[in-house]
Design a protein around this ligand. Structure first.
Ligand SMILES: [Zn+2]
Length: 96
C-alpha cells in the first residue's frame, strides 16, 4: 500500500459509483487498513468507486480513526469468485 497526500489520494480514487449495487458478498472480508491493522469490510460504510473489469474498488474509513482512509480493491479467483481485498493506497489527514 502506498501512502498518498490528499490530492493524489482523491485522484487515485477516481469516479464514485452512483448506482446502488449489492456488495453484501464482501461483508466481513478482512482488509489491511492504513493504520496497520486489519478490519472487516462493511458494505454500508464502504463507498464504491469505478473500477476496471470484474473488480470493485472501495473507499473505507478506519473504524478507529476518522481521519484515516484506505482504498481497497477486490481480487478475484477464476475471474468471478471473490478472493480477497488488496489495499492500494492510504491517506491520513494531518499526517503528510
Ligand atoms: Zn484502521
Amino acid at each position: 500500500m502506498k501512502m498518498l497526500d490528499r490530492e493524489s489520494f482523491i485522484q487515485e480514487l477516481g469516479i464514485p459509483l452512483t448506482k446502488a449495487r449489492d456488495f453484501s458478498l464482501y461483508d466481513g472480508a478482512p482488509y489491511e487498513c492504513v493504520c496497520g491493522q486489519w478490519h472487516s469490510f462493511n458494505q454500508f460504510t464502504g463507498r464504491a468507486f469505478g473500477s476496471t473489469g470484474a473488480s470493485a474498488k472501495f473507499l473505507v474509513e478506519c473504524p478507529n480513526n476518522k481521519n484515516a482512509a484506505t482504498i481497497i480493491k477486490t481480487k478475484n479467483k477464476y475471474i468471478i469468485l471473490f478472493d480477497k481485498f488488496i489495499s492500494i493506497a492510504g491517506h491520513v489527514d494531518g499526517r503528510q
